[in-house]
Structure formats: structure tokens, C-alpha cells
Design a protein around this ligand. Structure first.
Ligand SMILES: Nc1nc2c(ncn2[C@@H]2O[C@H](COP(=O)(O)OP(=O)(O)OP(=O)(O)O)[C@@H](O)[C@H]2O)c(=O)[nH]1
Length: 432
């Protein structure tokens, strides 16, 4: 595969150096063209890829190099053999690294959007200037707010086809802004672009002198994401317990995992859940040696001053700031399984941070229509791509926060015990 994959050493990258974003739009709004344009303008392509695309464009008689061919080609490679159609692409500028979660337009399943956007810092929704907002644009905006993606960009594309008419742009921007306000939507930026001709992508275009905002790339490079991370609530789900490996090292015991939120420092008082035992951090180790502090998304090994019984799935937090230790959970669930619906009374495996348990569905409070936001309280089940509010009971307690406060310790997935497939994604509303 000749994809220009730029190194994405996420575990060691400082959080502000990396922006993850998800793209959404209906079929033919120009998503492939836009992604191709971003890769092209940031020189994230190999010359052979570009030559191939130029040759095909010329052969087809395209007036402009058809950058969508590039994205579609990459997508075809990726799609083979995967069930959830999200392709990840990488590019970088001197200011930042970017990971794009690209969900194909033909089959804009809610589950793809949920998969792509659940870890995103920003969601980019495209609309065709000629068509304006469509049902899908509203659905994507709703999902962005449900998943609590902190930043939203609406790109009004194909402005060249409406003669760069300011009125067309402003009507769409106003309509979307008032819809987004109702959703408790995040920080919103609206940008008029032509993905095909490259206007307002890498630099401000002369064709829209009335537009005073940033180009898309400038916005992606500068949008402030450092404060989106929860640096207040210390949550360190233990992934592995590291014990002495050789006879010579007899006293090493550490707890390895990825910091979900908060800042950990040697000397801090900590509490371990579910036992409730307390101790102090004696050291924090990484592959590159000890560090003075650890914050998300760093992967580290924490050592404590006391020897306490800790196992995988336990959580290190602070004594006066702990997650709920809960077996009863209410959550919004997006159903992802095409073979069987979610039913009340069914049992699943639940994976929450590093903990795995069994769970039973105790109730379906309502199913939500993502287009109208109507709540159907008589719904008997949740089918593929449907979203609803569900009550669960787990066999062992989860160490959980509300999703709105913590996207890592508030999120989970459900797995079918017979097929081992991921069948649902959940966002915790309440845990007790
Ligand atoms: N004039 C004009 N055409 C555009 C622009 N952006 C995309 N197009 C054209 O619109 C068509 C659809 O673009 P794509 O990029 O394939 O659309 P998409 O949304 O990625 O489509 P899917 O991947 O199939 O969902 C192509 O013919 C593009 O050349 C634009 O800014 N201006």
C-alpha cells in the first residue's frame, strides 16, 4: 500500500500536537474531494499517487485534478474485510499532526459516525451550498453533540457553483447556527469553501472578500484543544500489573495503563477502587524513564509506596475525587448490530475502561429519533443504527463517570457473548 502515512506516535505526542477529527456529509457533498485537497495542500502525498490521479483525471477530461479519486482509492483499499467502515488518514503541518476519521458517504450509518467521532476533538460537517442543510446535516450535528465532540466545523462546500454568493452562505450558516444552539452543541465555526478549487482550504480565498474567518487549515491548526481534556479528575484505569520478572529485580511492582484524565505526580495521595485502599505515588515510569507528571493520553507505569492488592480493571484516583462504583447504569446506547436488536432482558459483555463484566438490559426508557429528536417511549427494542436510553445492571461494579464529564470513563461498548462482535456503544448518563 502506498499511502503516505506520517508517523503518529500518539502515546508520546503532547496532546496539543495532535488533532483528531471526523468528517461527515451526505453522498456527493464533496468529502472525498476535501480530504484529498487537505492531503494535497499539506504535501502528504507521494508523487506517484499524485501522478496516477492526474493521469486518471486527464483521461476522464476533468477540468481540475479530481482529488476525490485519491481518497476513494485509499478508501477502497481500507474497506476490504472490515465491517465498520471508518478509514483513518494521517497528515501533518509544522504546527500539528492530524488524524482524520473518514466515514464513507454512501452508507452514513450512525454507527460509523459514532465509531469515528467518539474519540474526535472536532467534527467537520459538509453541506453542498446548492442544497443547503439536509436531514443528514442535522443528524450529524445531533450525533456530534451526543458524543460531546468539543468542536464543530460546518463547511459550506461548492461555493463556486453558487457564484460565491454571500447570501446563500449566510442563510445556511444562520440556519445551522440556530439549530446547533438548541443542541447544546460545542464551539461552532462555519467556513465557505470550494474543495475542488481549493478556496479557503489552505489559505483565505480572494473569491470571498466578505468572509472574515480563518481558512479551514488555519482553523484546524489553531483550534484550542488543550483545555478540552479533563485535567481535574484523576482517573487511571489499570491495564497490567507489572511484577518482578527476574530474580535480580525483586521489589519492582508497577501498574501500567493510559491516563484517562487528570494529572498524576509522585507524592500524590491516591485511592484504588474498588477496594478503597489508599496510598501515595512513589514514581511514574515511562519507556523513556521516570517522569514528574503524567496526563492524558500518556501511557505510563505508576508505582505506589504501599503494597496493595491491585488487579487489571481497578482504577487509581484521588481520595476525595472518585468515580461512582456502580452496578446500575443508565446510558444512551447506539445499536450497531445488524443481526439482532437490543432487547430488554438480554445479556451482554460490557467493556468499560480496562474492566470487563457481564450486564443485563433491565429497561429501554425510550428510543430517540435522531432526525426529529422525538422520544418513543413504547419502543420494544433498538435496531441497527438506533439510539435509545437504556438501564443496565452489571455483575461487578463499574468505576464510572458521566459521559458529559469524562468521555473515557463515561463510555463503554457492549459485546455479544456468542459472536464476540461489538453490538453497541454507550454513553453513561447516570451511574450508581
Ligand atoms: N464544483 C465543485 N464540485 C465539487 C466540489 N467539491 C466536490 N465536488 C464534486 O462533487 C462530486 C462529489 O464529490 P466527492 O468528493 O466524491 O463527494 P463525497 O461526499 O466524498 O462522496 P462520497 O465519498 O461518495 O460520499 C465530484 O464530482 C466532485 O468533483 C466543489 O467545491 N466544487
Amino acid at each position: 500500500m502506498s499511502q503516505a502515512v506520517l508517523e503518529s506516535d500518539e502515546a508520546t505526542a503532547r496532546p496539543m500536537d495532535l488533532l483528531r477529527f471526523a468528517t461527515a456529509g451526505s453522498v456527493d457533498d464533496g468529502k472525498s474531494t476535501l480530504i484529498g485537497r487537505l492531503l494535497y495542500d499539506t504535501k502528504s502525498l507521494f508523487s506517484d499517487q499524485l501522478e496516477a490521479v492526474e493521469a486518471v483525471s486527464a483521461a476522464r477530461g476533468d477540468e481540475y485534478t479530481n482529488l476525490a479519486l485519491l481518497t476513494d482509492g485509499l478508501r477502497a483499499e481500507r474497506e476490504q474485510g472490515i465491517t465498520i467502515d471508518v478509514a483513518y488518514r494521517y497528515f501533518a503541518t509544522p504546527r500539528r499532526k492530524f488524524i482524520i476519521a473518514d466515514t464513507p458517504g454512501h452508507i452514513q450509518y450512525t454507527r460509523n459516525m459514532v465509531t469515528g467521532a467518539s474519540t474526535a476533538d472536532l467534527a467537520l460537517i459538509l453541506v453542498d451550498a446548492r442544497k443547503g442543510l439536509v436531514e443528514q446535516s442535522r443528524r450529524h450535528a445531533f450525533l456530534t453533540s451526543l458524543l460531546r465532540v468539543p468542536h464543530l466545523v460546518l463547511c459550506v462546500n461548492k461555493m463556486d457553483l453558487v457564484g460565491w454568493d454571500r447570501g446563500v452562505y449566510e442563510k445556511i450558516a444562520d440556519e445551522f447556527t440556530s439549530f446547533a444552539a438548541k443542541l447544546d452543541a460545542p464551539d461552532l465555526t462555519v467556513i465557505p469553501i470550494s474543495a475542488l478549487e481549493g478556496d479557503n482550504i489552505a489559505s483565505r480565498s480572494e473569491r470571498s472578500p466578505w468572509y472574515e474567518g480563518p481558512s479551514l487549515l488555519h482553523h484546524l491548526e489553531h483550534v484550542h484543544i488543550a483545555s478540552d481534556r479533563n485535567l481535574v479528575d484523576v482517573r487511571f484505569p489499570v491495564q497490567y500489573v507489572i511484577r518482578p520478572q527476574s530474580k535480580d529485580v525483586t521489589d519492582y511492582r508497577g501498574y501500567a495503563g493510559q491516563v484517562a484524565s487528570g494529572v498524576l505526580k509522585p507524592g500524590d495521595d491516591v485511592m484504588v477502587l474498588p477496594s478503597g485502599m489508599t496510598s501515595k505515588i512513589s514514581a511514574i515510569d515511562t519507556a523513556d524513564g521516570p517522569v514528574d507528571e503524567a496526563f492524558p493520553p500518556m501511557s505510563v507505569t505508576v508505582r505506589l509506596t504501599d503494597e496493595i492488592d491491585i488487579s487489571r480493571g481497578d482504577m487509581i484516583c484521588r481520595p476525595h475525587n472518585a468515580p461512582a462504583v456502580a452496578q446500575d447504569v443508565e446510558a444512551m446506547i447506539c445499536w450497531m448490530d445488524e443481526t439482532a436488536p437490543l432487547r430488554v432482558g438480554a445479556k451482554y459483555t460490557i467493556k468499560h475502561t480496562t474492566r470487563t463484566a457481564r450486564t443485563v438490559v433491565r429497561g429501554l426508557q425510550y428510543r430517540l429519533d435522531v432526525n426529529t429528536l422525538h422520544r418513543d417511549e413504547d419502543a420494544p427494542q433498538l435496531g441497527l443504527n438506533e439510539i435509545g436510553r437504556v438501564k443496565l445492571r452489571t455483575t461487578v461494579p463499574l468505576l464510572a463517570d458521566e459521559y458529559r464529564r469524562n468521555r473515557t470513563t463515561g463510555g463503554f461498548i457492549l459485546i455479544d457473548e456468542a459472536t464476540n462482535r461489538t453490538v453497541g456503544a454507550g454513553m453513561i448518563i447516570e451511574a450508581q
